[in-house]
Design a protein around this ligand. Sequence first.
Ligand code: ZN
Length: 316
Amino acid sequence: MTWHFGTLAAEPGQRVHGTLDAPGVNTPIPVFLIHGVAPGPTVLILGGIHGCEYSSIDAALQLGRTLQPETVHGRVAVLPIVNTDSFFARSIYVHPGDGKNLNRSFPGAADGTDAERLADFIYRTAIQPADVLMDLHGGDMIEALVPFSIYHVTGDARLDQAAEDLARTFGIPYVIASRGQVPGSTYGAAAEAGKLALIAEAGQQGILSREASAQLQTGVHNCLRKLGVLSGEVEPTQTQVLQQFDWYRADTAGLWYPAVSCGDTVTAGQTLGRICDLFGEPLRTVTAQTGGKVLFLVTSLAINGNDPLLALGDAR
Ligand SMILES: [Zn+2]
């Protein structure tokens, strides 16, 4: 049976690539469709929801180029650069058209702003028809990051357990069980619609890292084996589930001087950094409310009010 994906189509046994015109972006979105001969689930792999997370964009691109219909049971759609406008504008966090974060805009709105219209298009065209979503990310242009994955806790015990199992299978050591800390995400919207979904983050700071890209590709391959999309043994993994994922944000603009490094383990009450005024005088001291591990850390000296500074993950 022909697989229709937007205006693209792939027959069983076919590997197709093409672009989709999407509302909310000026540059059409690249798509790979790998339609297996054997039956199986429909898996969606996204990259470039954030346009400057290069290692994860490359990971999705390589997956799209290398997965073969002869070895795929089911169907795999890969969109390596969802937000093409953000990619070419080198726009950190947000869509250059409306200043909104695409990964806070799902499931989107057909009559909304650029990010909301793009989210709505991706949701209807790519997420709704899929059984499984793996959304690849990393630290943005100004973020250092320890690799981690996240799944969204829906309250449906069976779905949540399956999502946790998939995130563990991905094999990145830190797995965050998110309880709505990040509203409007791809994986949250997908999970709320009953899909098996995760986000996986590796790479950082605008650097194309072959190692981080390979880590994400390895994780996707292992998940595809667990899902039965690829044959072969599932590699054993060692992961730790973190229940807490606390973001710290700037409450004023200024110069950000972190006092910790990405990957550090901190204790409650420890100084995480200071925001100084334009003359270098301290305006704010940011203090850890709980203990935890620094999973990402903004490394930009310039900080705007409400910008993220860092996040702490913890097992408690
Ligand atoms: Zn991202």
